[in-house]
Design a protein around this ligand. Structure first.
Ligand SMILES: Nc1ncnc2c1ncn2[C@@H]1O[C@H](COP(=O)(O)OP(=O)(O)O)[C@@H](O)[C@H]1O
Ligand SMILES: [Mg+2]
Length: 413
């Protein structure tokens, strides 16, 4: 009997029950499907993972089964393989291993599992072939991992694109602000004369110019901060006072049909942030809530303290540190967000509104700001019931709040 060349198969004792015993114990808990067949191609043992892939557990106590390794075995391109054409038959004939062969296991119910097969012939002590061992790897998880990897890759590319847009946009916005400053100064010079001597119509038109210029200036400043081309000024902020200070503005913004409530924790901690950006984040969230309640509803602005650790928080930001946080929450009783839309709402330019009505940058800016403040953001939403957006800021004075990059606001004299 010819010796099998080394490295091309396993040499095992010529004792089938022993092989079965060793095989069984070894393979029972492997995360890959493993099964053994004897020299006639009859199934002698298999592990639970193999049965899971096959979708059935062949009864070894009955007639010997010449199992192809599936109810139906198919090649990677879908062609049916009867036993005679299967790689198992090829191994029995050639006595050579087959490595990394992609195939499809078709189950009795018609469902299919892509697998990667590795078949090794088994030899007895005298060199005769006593069967083979086939390990089958379930590729479904692999496919899911590949998909997740692609998803990450896309997200990364999107982030890099945004960074590029941010850099280019930053330069353009600088140019805008310079021009806006001179426009604004000219308007200030004209203002006196127009209010003193101008007709009513001229005054009204002037007011429109002023308002539009101020709005564009605010927008440009917001974009500049977003593009991170300016050093940030940080302040110690009482979130309750901040919200109460904005209450008139918020009530005017949402109108009469929306009932506005403030639910502020009396012991609320301070936070450390850029005031202008925090205000603009809240205005953005309020505007979204307002638009989600066209027929009216309830807007609830709340503050509270909380302790975050890794277990109780799905952190959106890799920079997450457990500790004490103060939360500003904007909740509405509006339309809610569809589950499939939830993962997109922070993407730049994502919007469900008419193109000329919005930019789709609101939540992008809010998230970018919260991340910059070493904070966290959580959204919960139920369709037709409402949405709640919570901004988590590390408490003022905590190590995590001290680590926010920016310069401290000098106390005014
Ligand atoms: N409170 C909310 N209720 C329902 N949908 C919301 C809410 N906030 C945000 N959205 C959805 O997220 C999208 C993106 O919001 P945003 O980034 O602020 O851009 P924009 O407001 O310009 O559309 C909105 O178009 C809307 O579909
Ligand atoms: Mg918005």
């Amino acid at each position: 009997m010819a010796e099998n060349p080394p490295g091309t198969g396993l040499r095992l004792p010529d004792d089938v029950p022993l092989v079965r015993k060793i095989g069984h114990e070894l393979i029972e808990f492997l995360p890959v499907g493993v099964y053994l067949c004897n020299a006639a191609g009859h199934l002698t043992t298999y592990n639970p993972k193999a049965a899971e892939i096959w979708g059935e557990a062949p009864d070894l106590g009955k007639e010997p089964i010449r199992y192809t390794g599936a109810y139906r075995l198919r090649s990677e391109n879908g062609a049916h393989m009867p036993f005679e054409q299967s790689p198992l038959a090829a191994v029995l004939l050639s006595k050579k291993p087959i490595t990394n062969l992609r195939m499809i296991v078709e189950r009795r119910d018609g469902s299919q599992v892509p697998i990667l097969a590795n078949i090794v012939p088994l030899f007895g002590m005298d060199g005769t072939m006593i069967g083979f061992m086939n390990s089958i790897q379930d590729l479904r998880q692999h496919a899911a991992q590949e998909q997740a990897q692609n998803h990450l890759q896309n997200a990364l590319m999107q982030a890099q694109k945004m960074e590029q847009i941010g850099k280019v946009g930053g330069g353009v916005v600088h140019e805008f602000t310079n021009q806006l400053t001179s426009l604004s100064m000219s308007l200030s010079l004209m203002e006196r004369e127009i209010t003193d001597n101008g007709s009513e119509q001229l005054q009204a038109r002037f007011a429109l110019c002023r308002e539009a210029t101020d709005q564009v200036t605010r927008l440009a400043e917001g974009l500049l901060l977003f593009a991170r081309t300016r050093p940030r000024v940080l302040e110690r902020i009482d979130p309750n006072q901040l919200l109460l200070g904005m209450s008139t503005l918020i009530r005017n913004d949402v109108g009469q049909k929306i009932d506005c409530q403030f639910d502020l924790a009396s012991d609320s901690n301070f936070l450390r942030a850029n005031r202008q950006l925090l205000e603009s984040a809240i205005i953005n969230l309020v505007a979204n809530a307002r638009d989600a309640m066209p027929g009216g509803g309830q807007l609830i602005l709340s503050t509270f303290n909380t302790l975050l650790d890794r277990s109780n928080f799905m952190h959106h930001n890799a920079n997450f540190k457990p500790g004490r946080y103060v939360v500003i929450r904007v909740a509405d009783t509006g339309t809610g967000i569809a589950p499939e839309a939830l993962e997109h709402i922070f993407a730049p330019f994502y919007t469900t509104r008419a193109a000329n009505k919005s930019t789709g940058l609101g939540l992008t800016m809010v998230r970018s700001f919260v991340t910059d403040m070493n904070g966290q953001l959580a959204v919960t939403s139920r369709q037709s019931q409402g949405t709640s957006v919570s901004l988590y800021f590390p408490c003022y004075g905590s190590e995590h709040s001290l680590a926010i990059t920016g310069s401290e606001q000098k106390p005014e004299r």
